[in-house]
Design a protein around this ligand. Structure first.
Ligand SMILES: Cc1ncc(COP(=O)(O)O)c(C=O)c1O
Length: 432
């Protein structure tokens, strides 16, 4: 009997199955990770192009994060969130320096959900309104308010949310919901969405929240001008723009922040995922004006572990690593190398119908021969790749692969990943 089998027997008895994709008692069972590699309990090696749950983008078990955690563990692990602590203040300063000058009031939470929850609460308190809109292919987390605005996935069969959650049409150009083509469309999806939104809200819109590049919804790269159009739409309605940079922030898209690509500055930005180098921590950063209005209107938000010095120290080490290793530039290099490999694969496999992304966040869309989404192909290829030791995220019911390449990945490892994908695609959908 394999070692994994024994572990799964124990999981079967003791663990709860709320997994995102696999509510089963399936392997692999992972034991350790280093850089871009993971090993399961049987010693089998995996190349992790999902970076854990996207939080391991610096590479698993980075020494600098380990040292920062160890040092904080000996000096100050947890502090009362009723007071400020030095690690928190230094982190707020350092994070603020990476952002446009208007965004410099930071507080720290525990997760992406927690950060988007707080950002929405701030927007409501600051504007005195209660409605929030988000693209219909978005994901903002699993606590109740973010889940209510996560139209892309996993919202089904939950109790009805509080009122005030509205959808905009996502700028999914590859399968445009209104069958239009960019740039001839002149962003008709946004204009139409705003007309409907205005009819629905009756003037009570507190904010629009979006990722600069909706990731979990299928690596949707908005066309030029879309995010700027959302910014204008917020201004015209005295609503705030919240950018959820949980995934896209901190060097992943070849810029320090995803919004830099569009030249748009939000009123509130959130970040989490690799911010703590694998340790849970998130940030919400806003302007003087928004912070003042929210506080004057009684906004309070804290958890027992908000801004704990240990998590703040890990986040400081992450910011150091991004700077020391020049990760903004590396993101561009790694991303375009991987994209080149995907383009080669697309030349050989007709089922690859689109490749999109920025920096180390890249996506590949699969189509069936009749032009419909290739979900069955994707699920089968994903399973074969997993068996062969390659991990990535399979989205949109199987039709989109999302790759989040850890910065520790070498070009040789990417060549290996492409070879594994090539043989899995050839086995499942042998078109040439
Ligand atoms: C854009 C975005 N926002 C929020 C979240 C929620 O983050 P967490 O899982 O840390 O709560 C995620 C998680 O994938 C995300 O992708």
């Amino acid at each position: 009997m394999s070692v994994e089998h024994e572990w799964l027997e124990r999981a079967r008895k003791w663990c709860f199955r709320a997994r995102l994709e696999t509510p089963h008692w399936d392997g692999p069972v992972f034991e350790r990770g280093k850089g871009s590699l993971l090993w399961d309990v049987d010693g089998k090696e995996y190349l992790d192009l999902n970076a854990g749950q996207i939080c391991g983008v610096l590479g698993h078990s980075d020494e600098r994060i380990a040292e920062a955690i160890a040092a904080a563990a000996r000096t100050f692990v947890h502090a009362s969130s009723n007071f400020y602590n030095t690690a928190e203040i230094v982190l707020a300063e350092r994070l603020g320096m990476t952002l446009p000058p208007s965004l410099h009031r930071a507080f720290f939470g525990l997760s992406g959900s927690d950060a988007t929850e707080a950002a929405m609460g701030i927007a409501k308190a600051a504007t005195g309104r209660y409605e929030i809109a988000s693209p219909h292919m978005s994901f903002h987390g699993f606590s109740e308010q973010p889940r209510a605005l996560s139209f892309a996935v996993w919202g089904q069969r939950h109790s009805p949310p509080a009122p005030g959650n509205l959808a905009l049409m996502a700028p999914y150009c590859f399968r445009c919901p209104i069958r239009h083509t960019y740039p001839a469309c002149e962003l008709a999806c946004l204009d139409g969405s705003l007309e409907v939104l205005d009819a629905e809200t009756g003037g009570s819109l507190a904010a629009i929240i979006t990722e600069p590049l909706p990731s979990a919804g299928g690596v949707i790269v908005p066309p030029d001008g879309w995010l700027a159009g959302v910014r204008d739409a917020c201004d015209a309605r005295d609503a705030l723009l919240i950018l959820d940079e949980s995934q896209t922030g901190l060097a992943k898209l070849g810029t320090m922040w995803g919004f830099e690509h569009d030249g748009v500055v939000p009123d509130i930005v959130t970040v989490s995922k690799h911010f703590g180098g694998g340790i849970p921590i998130s940030a919400v950063v806003t302007t003087d004006e928004v912070e003042r209005r929210a506080i004057e209107n009684g906004f309070v938000y804290a958890h027992s572990h908000s801004a704990d010095p240990l998590a703040c120290s890990a986040a400081l080490a992450t910011l150091d690593a991004i700077e020391e290793d020049g990760l903004v530039a590396r993101s561009e290099e790694l991303g375009s190398y991987w994209r080149g490999l995907l383009e080669n694969l697309a030349a050989d496999h007709e089922c690859i119908v689109d490749i999109r992304g920025r920096g180390v966040l890249q996506g590949l869309e699969l189509g069936a021969p009749d032009g419909s989404p290739g979900g069955d192909i994707g699920k089968a290829v994903g399973r074969l790749c997993l068996d062969a030791g390659l991990l990535f995220s399979v989205r949109r019911a199987g039709s989109v692969f999302r790759f989040t390449i850890p910065f520790s990945t070498t070009e040789q490892q990417l060549d290996h990943a492409a070879a594994l994908l090539d043989s899995a695609l050839a086995e499942v959908a042998p078109t040439v």
